[in-house]
Design a protein around this ligand. Structure first.
Ligand SMILES: Cc1cc2nc3c(=O)[nH]c(=O)nc-3n(C[C@H](O)[C@H](O)[C@H](O)COP(=O)(O)OP(=O)(O)OC[C@H]3O[C@@H](n4cnc5c(N)ncnc54)[C@H](O)[C@@H]3O)c2cc1C
Ligand code: FES
Length: 253
């Protein structure tokens, strides 16, 4: 099975902060297999401003019919998603896009996330650990309150933190963390573009393979409208179908 359109039932909603919700959604039938880094394109009912579906990373997947989404309310669509009630249904197309490359042999991996960019890294970390990898999460935010689901990440791997105000972990950006100076076989990252560019450049300098999950604006999510195009070293690529995950060798950093 490739991707499906279905109405997922909201079985739980936890507000992690006043602007971040963790949604647990269950399908009536088993879902197609989800690979870490793939996303759902979600219809947000109730407003002309949210006519287009909104892309949201699949944060967790139980291997059967349940997924979790981690949503940051930045506009009308994501605000409405954060207000979804238990018992309501959400029209989703999933799983979409190409996810992260998964190793066949155990390796030492660094997963760097900023803000809600941590969303796809949880399922990735779980899968890497299942494959015997040594996983370090490096999570960054402006302040401690921006570090989402810290305990959940700690249950999967080593967690290092940075905050711009020094309220948790190392003061500064993720690139200031001592964890960035260690040797890894692979680096994965998702978050604000300047953060991903800085991590990508650091990975290049150390000769470490690195993949980035881009969050370009999207509409169709299916490669038809071209509104998500990213200029790469191999030409213009649709983030929704060629990505959202790209190797930094392909990106113009
Ligand atoms: C592959 C992918 C995965 C994503 N995963 C998640 C996720 O797991 N959790 C999550 O909360 N968000 C995620 N996003 C971002 C999310 O799709 C946008 O925040 C959302 O579409 C904004 O819709 P809105 O109606 O709330 O805001 P709008 O009213 O459309 O816009 C409000 C503000 O948000 C900005 N904005 C709109 N779209 C994006 C975007 N794609 N990236 C950054 N800023 C944007 C606009 O410029 C504007 O300033 C992801 C995006 C992509 C492409
Ligand atoms: S969102 Fe339409 S082509 Fe990517």
């Amino acid at each position: 099975m490739d991707k499906i359109a279905c109405d997922l039932l909201c079985t739980a909603r936890t507000m992690l902060t006043p602007h971040h919700a963790l949604l647990t959604l269950r399908a009536d039938e088993p879902l197609p297999k989800v690979s870490p880094g793939q996303f759902a394109n979600v219809r947000v009912a109730g407003s002309p401003a949210t006519f287009l579906r909104r892309p949201v990373s699949i944060h967790d997947y139980d291997g059967a019919a349940t997924v979790q989404l981690l949503v940051h309310a930045v506009g009308d669509g994501t605000r409405r998603l954060c207000e979804l009630q238990v018992g309501e249904r959400l029209d989703c197309v999933l799983p979409l896009g190409r996810g992260f490359t998964l190793p066949d042999t155990p390796l030492r991996a660094l997963l760097v996330g900023g803000g809600v960019g941590v969303a796809p890294l949880y399922l990735l970390g779980v899968e890497l650990v299942r494959r015997g990898c040594d996983v370090t999460f490096l999570l960054g935010g402006k302040t401690e309150a921006d570090i989402l689901r810290r305990e959940a990440f700690e249950a999967v791997g080593r967690v290092c933190l940075t905050t711009e105000d020094g309220s948790a972990g190392t003061r500064g950006f993720v690139t200031h963390s001592p964890a960035m100076g260690e040797r890894y076989d692979f680096i994965y990252t998702c978050g604000p573009k300047p953060m991903m560019q800085a991590v990508g450049r650091a990975a290049r300098q150390s000769g470490t393979p690195c993949e980035v999950s881009l969050e370009n604006m999207m509409a169709c999510g299916l490669g038809a409208c071209l509104c998500c195009v990213e200029k790469t070293t191999t030409g213009n690529r649709c983030v929704c179908t060629d990505g959202p995950v790209f190797n930094t060798q392909e990106l113009i950093l």
